[in-house]
Design a protein around this ligand. Structure first.
Ligand SMILES: [Fe+2]
Length: 478
């Protein structure tokens, strides 16, 4: 009897040992496969910051109609710096410009492989429809830019929205940016550019250089950018992550975010809308979740404007095959829907998705979008919740916000229309708003083809093609 018990105990221990060994092997394989993605950072080559002004950047304050900040970089040791600005018009001769000077705040930003001094100054009394010239000075260095304050913001706000740009060489994005910057002096000039994170390949000085040079000299100095952080602007530090210190130094956004996330989560007010930007990189940190939950709800509910637009990097309903962000989906999505978000702009998945909310036979707000401008493309999934999908595409979007309607359009780099949705107020001023799909006759495109040549990869490719056919058939029968 005792022998039997002994043997049973031995077998039990052996089974436990085998389970532990299998688990350890599994964790080992997973770590080997995912080590770079989870813990690796791109190498930052040693760099020096020249004694000349660069990276001149224009960002809005909380009140888009009257507030702007200007940030720049110069040299490696702090020097007295100032911003001079003057209203300009056809009626004022250059020698008669009335310059006002304000002191700039400086800080040294030390990164893994170098350092630079960043400066910023803010203006809070600019007037609608007026134009201003500005000069920034650090030591003996000087650079200049121009601010055109838009007029008629209470009848129309037009902006460009980009998903992930993430273009390591800058080659592809510079072609798109050339098209967009061509609009700067035209009648369809956007009031600002919004981008949903991963502007760059990784937190290195070289990738920031690529970002600024892809836009061309002076565009960021003249057009306000409203940006959210992406995971590629974060530095991985073992099991934690830290935002690249250049991000906040060069983008002086309003400090109206939750504690610890100031200038990374923030909102900007327009007469017709509140644009709320949320840093979704802290989504797995319980404190960040708690702080953002109440902040997001309060930011949505306290807005008196007719439209609420929210932007963040990690989607509430992913389009990349087999990806999900449970915190975004189960913590933030209910808040967006309960507190009246109209349009939700997202990134990260490197494929296209548009989802309208469904209420019996009606399509209503929030309208969720995931887009990408990046040469890096992922395979999409085919969950029928996505009203419209796309893969292997590089896109940009235009959004026009009017008192009673919000028109969202997505375009291929070629300028060809890819998606078109309109949100209309119900008339009673009550949420949700009605969503009209103007893209029903536009075919979906699935150009992702990076499967590889192995038999396993080919099997996946065939499954992907079959899923595309099934989706086309179900669309035909609807
Ligand atoms: Fe990302």
């Amino acid at each position: 009897m005792r022998e039997k018990e002994k043997r049973r105990g031995k077998n039990k221990r052996l089974r436990l040992l085998i389970v532990l060994l299998v688990l350890a092997l599994g964790v080992g394989i997973l770590l080997k496969l995912r080590w770079r993605a989870w813990f690796g950072n791109p190498t930052e080559e040693p760099y020096t910051t020249a004694e000349q002004i660069d990276r001149l950047t224009l960002t809005p304050g909380q009140n888009f109609a009257s507030e702007r900040s200007i940030s720049w970089r110069c040299g490696e040791s702090l020097q007295p710096s100032e911003l001079l600005y003057a209203e300009v018009s056809d009626m004022i001769l250059p020698q008669e410009l009335d310059w006002t000077s304000i002191a700039a705040e400086g800080q040294i930003v030390q990164t893994r492989s170098g350092r630079g001094c960043y400066y910023t100054a803010s203006l809070d009394n600019l007037e609608e429809g007026r134009a201003y010239l500005y000069r920034v000075r650090t030591g003996s260095q000087e650079a200049s830019g121009r601010i055109d304050m838009p007029s008629g913001l209470d009848t129309l706000v037009r902006f460009i929205y980009l998903g992930d740009v993430q273009d390591p060489s800058g080659q592809m994005s510079s072609e798109l940016f050339e098209r967009l910057t061509g609009h700067i002096d035209s009648a369809i000039r956007p009031s600002f550019v919004a981008a949903a994170g991963d502007q760059i390949e990784g937190p290195t000085d070289e990738y920031w250089r690529v970002w600024y040079s892809a836009w061309g000299a002076g565009y960021l100095a003249r057009t306000p950018f409203i940006l959210s952080t992406g995971n590629h602007e974060y530095l991985k530090k073992g099991f934690t992550r830290e935002l690249d210190p250049r991000w906040v130094a060069q983008y002086n956004y309003p400090a109206n975010g939750p504690e610890g996330f100031e200038r990374r989560s923030y909102y900007v007010d327009f007469p017709l809308m509140r644009l709320i930007v949320l840093d979704s990189n802290g989504i797995n940190d319980p404190i960040a979740i708690l702080r953002h939950r109440s902040w997001l709800r309060e930011a949505l509910e306290s807005s008196g404007q007719p439209w609420q637009v929210v932007m963040f990097h990690h989607a509430v309903q992913c389009v990349r095959d087999s990806r999900s962000h449970p915190v975004m989906r189960y913590v933030y999505k209910p808040i967006l829907e309960e507190a009246g978000a109209d349009l939700v702009l997202q990134g990260h998945d490197h494929a296209y998705s548009r989802i309208t909310t469904k209420d019996r036979a009606d399509t209503i707000s929030p309208l969720y979008v995931i887009s990408s401008s990046s040469p890096k493309v992922y395979r999409n999934g085919f969950d029928p919740i996505h009203d419209r999908l796309g893969s292997g595409l590089q896109l940009y979007q235009s959004v026009e916000v009017r008192p009673n309607s919000l028109r969202y359009r997505s375009y291929l780099y070629s300028g060809e229309l890819y998606d078109d949705v309109e949100l209309l107020h119900s008339g009673s001023g009550q949420k949700p708003n009605r969503a009209i799909d103007w893209a029903r006759d536009l075919p979906e495109r699935f150009e992702f083809n990076a499967f590889g040549s192995s038999s396993k990869a080919q099997k996946k490719a065939n499954q992907y093609r079959e899923a595309i056919q099934r989706r086309a058939q179900s669309h035909q029968s609807n």
